[in-house]
Design a protein. Structure first.
Length: 66
């Protein structure tokens, strides 16, 4: 049993509900997939977004410049 699965089962136990093992497996799979997608998104953002972006309001506040 991995950490995600044990946390789901513990939460269910504390709330007094029973979750079938098949549903726990589905939840774990979905959470692992979502985590993988978030990691990919973080990688894309770190490559594509500059470290410093000037505030957008600066163009609105000073339309005559630049």
């Amino acid at each position: 049993m991995n950490e995600i699965e044990s946390n789901i089962l513990l939460s269910a136990k504390l709330k007094g509900i029973t979750i079938p093992e098949e549903n726990v497996n589905i939840l774990v799979s979905q959470m692992e997939t979502a985590t993988g997608e978030l990691i990919k998104l973080e990688e894309i953002i770190s490559e594509e977004v500059p470290l410093f972006m000037p505030p957008l309001l600066s163009k609105v506040q000073k339309p005559d410049e630049g």
